[in-house]
Structures are given as C-alpha cells and as structure tokens.
Design a protein around this ligand. Sequence first.
Ligand code: ADP
Ligand code: ADP
Length: 222
Amino acid sequence: MELQIEQVSKTYGSKSALNGVSLKLKPGVVGLLGPNGAGKSTLMRMLATIEQPTTGKITWNGVDIARQPQILRQELGYLPQDFGVYPNLTPLEFLDYMAAMKGLSAKTARTRINELLEILNLSHDRKRLLGGFSGGMRQRVGIAQSLLNDPSLLIVDEPTVGLDPGERIRFRNLLSSLSAERIVILSTHIVTDVESIAPTIAIMAKGRLVTYAEPENLIQSV
Ligand code: ADP
Ligand code: ADP
C-alpha cells in the first residue's frame, strides 16, 4: 500500500495554493500541520480525487489517480472540513444513505453500521435526529461515515474542531487503533492533536512542504 505525491502544484486563477509538493506515504498515521492557508485542505481534496493537480502526479499503488480515480475511491475514506450532516435524519438513516452511495450491499452496510455505532459510542443515539446532536457527536457520525467501506486510505481534515478535550483524546485513540493496516492522513493546526499518535509529521507553509520528520527530531531541531 503506497501513496505517492510527485511534484504536485495547484493554482486557482493566478493564485498558487500548492507549490511542488512531493511525499511518499506507507501505512500509519501522518500528521499534516500548518497555519491556515498553507494548502492542507487543497492537498487533501486532491488526494480524495475531488480536484486534480495543475501539474504533478499522485499515484495509489502505482496507478495515476487522475486517470483512474475509481481505483482509489473504492478504498478511500474522507472526512472533509466542515462536514455537514442532515439535521432531519438519524445516524442510522444517514449512514444507511452514505453506505448506499458507496455501493455497499444492504447486508454488509447493516453489519458495518452497527459495528461503527458501537465503536463510536453512538448506539444509544442511533435513532435520534442529528439536528439535536452536539458538535462532538456530529463529528463522530462524520467519522463513522468515513469508515463505512473500511478504507485503506483515510483522510481527515481538521477533525477535532468542535470537540471537547475528552472527545479529542478518544478521537486520537480511535485513530491510533485504526492505523495498523492503513494510511491515515490527519490535518490540523493543533500540534497536540498529532504529536502523541502520528509517527511522522509533515509541515506545510505557503503551499510548500517544509518538513517531513518524526516528532522527536522536530523538537530537537527547534
Ligand atoms: P489550509 O487547509 O492549510 O488552511 P487551503 O488549502 O484551504 O489551506 O488554502 C490554501 C490557499 O489556496 C489559500 O490561500 C486559499 O485561499 C487558496 N484556495 C483554496 N481553495 C481555493 C479555491 N477553491 N479557489 C481559490 N483559492 C483557493
Ligand atoms: P431497538 O430494539 O433498540 O429498538 P434494534 O437494534 O432492535 O433497536 O432495531 C430496531 C429497528 O432498527 C429494526 O427495524 C432494525 O431493522 C433497524 N435497524 C437496526 N440496525 C440498523 C441499521 N444499521 N440500519 C438501518 N436500520 C437498522
């Protein structure tokens, strides 16, 4: 399992959002850090095959995802920033709908949804309307959605925004437990979100990848 980003740049009109980013990822958690506007979300949207690089290439197990996005999409889980859930649906209804969109059979979906509701501690609230949920609960539904197809590549963009400290810790533990046989990319501007769980950290600034290293080495080099 390998995700390779090769000299990827992205411009919007005359604005450069990403500038020559290269990175090779293997299973495990990677923390993507950087201030607002650094290009984190832009990179993640391209990895999620929602947008394409202006120049450069992204390959998943050697396959160019601009040419064959469906090969990655089957194995992709994506939790975008500002992920919205439908206030008039229950978690069960919402996850059933998302599972159908992802092409899971009804039987597989049922088993997987119940498992995820359990893991994310949402079982008791599975038939309540999402409109009445706290930010942290909604975020957990978003995470459940991203895990429906048991993805090999999990991309989560600023997932801890709106979580209280307890929820943050539980979320970190969940991500750690997921990372054994998949690539997890977690973007954040909060260093403590990633320092305890991400064996590698990528730091972006102004559209460039400025550092890629283990956290201990980062601390030593400061
Ligand atoms: P981050 O996620 O690190 O906060 P973004 O990827 O959202 O950074 O943004 C990187 C830069 O690209 C910013 O200057 C942003 O304004 C610009 N940008 C991002 N998306 C678009 C877009 N759709 N159109 C124009 N500019 C964009
Ligand atoms: P309870 O006994 O607390 O009411 P159940 O788990 O027995 O809850 O389920 C009640 C209803 O919810 C049943 O009709 C069942 O088919 C449905 N249900 C259970 N799991 C799912 C799911 N993952 N997706 C959709 N409906 C479900």
